[in-house]
Design a protein around this ligand. Structure first.
Ligand SMILES: [Zn+2]
Length: 338
């Protein structure tokens, strides 16, 4: 269908996505450049297929500076026993592979933000071509989609798995059930700040069960957050009935993002002073951060106040901020579980 409208994809998998057994290969995308005239972007992919059952698509590195997903997925692709699989698992540890290699959020080739490039184009930029391949070949094969994110170099989050509020309540409930199975310390009913062009939206519009995460940040990964990612991936696969074994349930606390009032943005240049730490409770109107002028002494800092009561779910990571930077996200604790 996409090929009738847009023409064929330039991406060629080096493995047969539908063959049984374990395959490790690449999504090869021609990319002619100074260093390699007939060169390609080689995005690693692993496929585990055995018997009958649903298909899961697991991805990390949608943004190239977020590491829990790639660590957990490279590890899973190396260690998973295909004998425990009923159905198929497609693993792409680093979706925006050029960005991942560069350690940057967006692609160094075209500055493409993968999660604003969906559904993609086969005749577009490198980032759009990769997105198009996921839209036409990988997402249609999947029943369950798990896409790992973290805060990257500029944000840090309390570790949570999330699904979106959706118009189809049956699909929405399946998403939240999968989030619960993931068993991160926090589970989020997520509101997007900027949903256009997202992988999430494309998958959800296809009717897929979609789970995403924010597992930390700062352009690195911690032992605790990597453990959450590894456990969450296998838990979601078990929940979907694709991998045998018991789900390792952990206590999770549900959070909600009821409106755009969750987000706080800087209006000033300067140095940020965090006044509460991640996970700390905040009251409406509380000063959660201050931005200090760094140009001169003797000036009062700008105050960032919480617009609603809840807890600090995310914060700006580097010490310096610019106007427009998201400096904090306040989420609302839900009393009862899902
Ligand atoms: Zn991300």
């Amino acid at each position: 269908m996409r090929s009738e409208i847009f023409g064929p994809s330039p991406v060629t998998p080096t493995i047969d996505l539908d063959r049984h057994g374990v395959q490790h290969g690449f999504l090869r995308l021609p990319y002619s450049r100074d260093e390699s005239a007939w060169g390609s972007v080689m995005t690693p992919i692993a496929v585990f297929r055995n018997g009958e059952g649903p298909t899961a698509l697991l991805t990390g590195g949608n943004h190239g500076d977020e590491y829990e997903g790639p660590i957990a997925l490279f590890d899973l692709a190396r260690t998973l026993d295909v004998g425990s699989v009923s159905g198929a698992i497609i693993i792409v540890p680093a979706m925006n592979y050029p960005a991942f290699r560069a350690g940057t959020r967006t692609s160094p080739i075209d500055k493409g933000n993968m999660n604003r490039s969906y559904p993609g184009r086969p005749d577009g930029t490198v980032t759009q071509k990769i997105a198009d391949y996921f839209t036409r070949e990988l997402l249609p094969r999947a029943d369950v989609v798990l896409d790992f994110h973290s805060g990257g170099k500029t944000l840090d989050f309390v570790p949570f798995a999330a699904a979106h509020i959706l118009p189809d309540k049956v699909q929405e409930a399946k998403g939240f059930d999968a989030v619960k199975a993931f068993s991160a310390p926090w589970s989020m009913r997520m509101l997007e700040i900027d949903a256009v062009g997202m992988y999430d939206t494309t998958a959800e519009e296809m009717g897929k069960v979609f789970v995403t995460t924010e597992l930390g940040g700062g352009g690195t990964a911690r032992a605790q957050t990597v453990a959450i990612a590894k456990r969450g991936a296998i838990n979601v696969l078990r929940h979907a009935g694709i991998v045998s074994g018991e789900i390792e349930h952990r206590e999770t606390h549900w959070l909600d993002m009821p409106s755009g009032d969750c987000f706080a943005f800087a209006e000033d240049d300067g140095m940020i002073e965090t006044m509460v730490d991640l996970g700390d409770p905040v009251t409406e109107g509380q000063v959660i951060a201050r931005i200090h002028s760094i140009g001169r002494t003797g000036t009062a800092p700008a105050e960032i106040r919480a617009k609603l009561a809840g807890l600090l779910a995310a914060r700006h990571f580097p010490g310096l901020v610019k106007p427009g930077d998201c400096v904090a996200v306040v989420a609302v604790r839900q009393e009862a579980g899902n």
